[in-house]
Design a binder for this molecule. Structure first.
Ligand SMILES: Nc1ncnc2c1ncn2[C@@H]1O[C@H](COP(=O)(O)OP(=O)(O)OP(=O)(O)O)[C@@H](O)[C@H]1O
Length: 247
């Protein structure tokens, strides 16, 4: 049987800034359709890894293949086309405040000079914000803003979704909702997801594997046990506080 080309393959990738190695000899293959967590302390190289996967940063040494091609060898235009197949979601949502929810979601299409209102309507419905289409970001909760950002990232149907601390600004319940949405995204669209986070619970909830970075080095890749997905029966805030505080 033919093996599917991995979404991304890093071979001995080092990214150096002066004497700092933001990534140090990293080998990592990201398989199609997986959800992989990337965890590590501040400065471990997580953002640098996302930059490599988004084809905006290039290794100082080593080789990267995204969708089977080396972004470094592509023309500017071909690299832009490759990057259109990659979606990005951020901790701070990065929505345009003077655009409505609908306009924010339509933005990537507009940048590609496409006008496909049905796609936007489908995504509004998918993230459960049809009733909020004409609101502005300031009129939304944090969780709703992240839903808009996810809809915007998905509107061009990227094969790879890069998530940079997408739940770090959200409370526990909203975090669980956003993680469910990301898991649904993989199920419904087959999207490969890279989840950078410092929240181990989030990795346990939806990831298949977790890559552990330490000072730029990939220390280990752990398979997430199915038991890590188990949710507590009582998901109220009080029950969560009791669990964390041992009270
Ligand atoms: N443009 C740059 N110039 C110089 N040093 C950089 C640059 N980008 C990253 N670094 C250094 O590379 C290392 C890894 O940084 P990176 O931002 O990838 O870590 P991180 O794990 O994402 O951290 P955080 O969780 O704080 O965002 C750090 O020591 C950082 O200071």
């Amino acid at each position: 049987m033919l093996q599917a080309t991995p979404v991304a393959a890093l071979d001995a990738v080092t990214v150096s800034y002066g004497s700092t190695k933001a990534l140090d000899n990293v080998d990592l293959t990201i398989e199609r359709g997986e959800i992989i967590g990337v965890i590590g302390e501040s400065g471990a190289g997580k953002s640098t890894l996302l930059g490599i996967l988004d084809a905006v940063e290039h290794p100082t040494t080593g080789r990267v293949l995204i969708e089977g091609t080396d972004p470094k060898e592509l023309s500017g235009r071909a690299r832009r086309q490759l990057r259109r197949r990659i979606g990005m979601v951020f901790q701070g949502f990065n929505l345009l405040s003077n655009r409505t929810v609908r306009q924010n979601i339509a933005l990537p299409l507009k940048l590609q000079r496409r006008s496909e209102p049905t796609l936007v309507t489908e995504l509004l419905d998918y993230v459960g914000l049809s009733d909020h289409a004409d609101r502005y970001p300031a009129q939304l909760s944090g969780g709703q803003k992240q839903r808009v950002a996810i809809a915007r990232a998905l509107v061009t149907r990227p094969g790879l979704l890069l998530c940079d601390e997408p739940t770090s600004a959200l409370d526990t319940r909203t975090t669980a909702d956003i993680l469910d949405l990301l898991a649904d995204t993989r199920r419904d669209f087959g999207t490969t997801i890279v989840l950078v986070t410092h929240e181990l619970d989030a990795v346990g909830a939806i990831c298949d594997r977790a890559a552990i970075l330490e000072q730029g080095a990939l220390k280990s890749i752990l398979a997430v046990a199915p038991s890590a997905r188990e949710r507590p029966e009582d998901t109220s805030y009080l029950a969560h506080a009791r669990r964390v505080l041992g009270a």
